[in-house]
Ligand binder design. Structure first.
Ligand code: NOJ
Ligand code: CA
Length: 535
């Protein structure tokens, strides 16, 4: 691979849910000034880019994913000056700022939608998707996605929740308005965008009915579900083209990171990244890995398939937690040893790592009842008993993965001085918090810090080739990362018992371990241990 890999392919991303990161003014809600207070922490952790979930003006019915004005800031998060200061402070620390952009829909409180729904012949009448009669399409959250507006006597389409009407991208005025928003923020110094449900933006021009399928629930590699294939409501060819056009707009401002939220099979995701060459979105998330299994075989298959679909110059993203799904540590039975190994893989494999706030300390999900959820989604599912979803391992109440960041063992985990925080702080914050993990050299936090340092200091981990090592013991997965001048070896033991691995390397070449020893020509990998060596 060329040495001059673009920054967006060598970076590492730290994902903040702003409502829960740090409350600077004691109202119980995290805010932009709170993020600014914690930028040194993120820089010292070693991340190069920060993606914040949205803080634009919004009625907060879906906590910011329902935008009422894309170029102003919601007062509970701060002001435009705060947002500009954030961009500036991030840059001062040598990091990049990535905003969250929702191109597919707005809030129903957006002035555009209010006008659009008011009559059939206003100046924005065609800015959203209006039909006299609904077709059979289901929304992504289940149930009919068409909603009646009596002012027009027509139905509007929403891919997600009813208060998030989809914009009509076939209208050139809409496209221009949205591209201008991108230009607005790039002009203010933003370095890139995470693109919300990017694959739903275009729908079939003729609104053909979606075909039947026996599939009950959407899966990470296929949005079809609720007995319907998402054939005509998602992944349309015009959306692949849009990815390229958007790339052009972004490049008016230089190298810009774009990372798509695309729930689809990898061959489809590839189309969004640019089918032939990487001239579409610069990056895309892979949602299958959010449901990873902690075995050597699983990761070998996963990485092999990812490498097949996204060979250089494409670059995959490795993400194990986000704002919608259970935190990765939940899949690891809350075992910190496993978490260290998982992140050793994430930070040494060929790809851009993306970590969700709190993942670095092993923050766990908080079990919360559906009935009192602030998240709108669980209210759609109160008819079914909770244990059904738990059995299926499905996250319905997203409040559970959005609780306040655990900074220390003081009141509200140091997140806020308010009487009450917007969501409760996880009661185990006394044990799991940044301050106490800082003091423990073997903590998950310090392991991640060391791994991040290694990643920055060794270009092979960012741009090197990736090759699997063969002939390793059961449950051990290993690979090399190589540039012309450097070779690193990574050995990961997914098993509970210790393993001996015979390899040639020099003793001084030992780089970093998770509870392991390396000497002479063999390495001993303890249970769930990992080693990084110079080959
Ligand atoms: C995906 C986001 O991650 C989720 O939190 C949001 O509710 C939907 N898109 C709708 O914008
Ligand atoms: Ca606040």
């Amino acid at each position: 691979m060329k040495k001059s890999a673009p920054w967006y392919h060598t970076t590492s991303i730290y994902h903040i849910y702003p409502r829960s990161y740090k409350d600077s003014n004691g109202d119980g809600i995290g805010d932009i000034q709170g993020i600014i207070q914690k930028l040194d922490y993120i820089r010292d952790l070693g991340f190069e880019s920060i993606w914040s979930s949205p803080f634009f003006a919004s009625p907060q019915a879906d906590f910011g994913y329902d935008v009422a004005d894309f170029t102003s800031i919601s007062p509970e998060f701060g002001s435009m000056d705060d947002a500009l200061q954030l961009i500036d402070e991030v840059h001062k620390r040598g990091m990049r700022m990535i905003f969250d952009l929702i191109l597919n829909h707005t809030s129903d409180q957006h002035a555009w939608f209010k006008e659009s729904r008011s009559s059939r012949d206003n100046s924005r009448a065609n800015w959203y998707i209006w039909r006299d009669k609904p077709n059979n399409w289901n929304s992504m959250t289940g149930g009919n996605g068409w909603h009646f507006a009596k002012e027009r006597g027509q139905y509007y389409w929403s891919s997600f929740l009813p208060f998030q009407p989809d914009l009509n991208w076939r209208n050139p005025d809409v496209k221009k308005a949205m591209f201008d928003i991108i230009r607005f923020w790039l002009g203010k110094g933003v370095d890139g965008f995470r693109l919300d449900i990017f694959n739903t933006i275009y729908k079939d021009a003729e609104f053909r009915n979606n075909p039947f399928t026996f599939k009950l629930a959407p899966t990470p590699d296929d949005p079809s579900g609720y007995f319907q294939k998402a054939k005509f409501s998602q992944d349309q060819p015009e959306s692949f083209e849009l990815a390229k056009e958007l790339r052009q707009v972004c490049e008016e401002f230089g190298d810009t990171l774009t990372v798509g939220e695309i729930t689809a099979k990898r061959n489809i995701v590839r189309k969004f990244a640019g089918e032939e060459k990487n001239d579409g979105l610069t990056l895309a998330f892979d949602f299958e890995m959010l449901e990873f299994k902690f075995t050597a075989g699983y990761f070998r298959r996963l990485i092999s398939d990812i490498e097949t679909h996204f060979p250089p110059p494409f670059m995959p993203v490795y993400v194990f937690s986000n704002l919608d799904k259970r935190r990765s540590i939940h899949r690891l039975g809350n075992d910190m040893r496993k978490a260290k190994l998982l992140h050793m893989l994430q930070l040494t494999v060929r790809g851009v790592p993306c970590m969700y706030y709190g993942e670095e300390i092993g923050m766990t999900n908080l079990h919360l009842p559906f009935k009192t959820a602030l998240d709108p989604i669980p209210h759609k599912y109160t008819f079914a008993p909770r244990f059904v979803f738990d059995l299926l391992n499905v996250t319905v109440n997203r409040d559970e993965v959005r609780t306040p960041m655990q900074w220390d063992s003081t009141k509200h985990a140091g997140f806020s001085s308010a009487e009450q925080t917007w969501l409760p702080v996880h009661p185990e914050y006394g044990n799991i918090n940044v301050a106490s993990e800082n003091l423990d050299s073997a903590s998950l936090l310090n392991t991640i810090r060391s791994l991040m340092r290694l990643r920055r200091e060794n270009p092979a981990l960012q741009t090197g080739t990736l090759e699997f090592l063969e002939g390793l013991p059961d449950e051990v997965f290993g690979y090399t990362r190589k540039t012309e001048t450097e070779t690193l070896l990574v050995l990961l033991n997914f098993g509970e018992t210790a393993k001996e691995v015979r390899l040639k390397f020099s003793e001084t070449a030992y780089k970093l371990s998770v509870g392991d020893e390396a000497q002479g020509e063999s390495a001993r990998l303890n249970g769930f241990g990992g080693l990084i060596l110079v080959g």
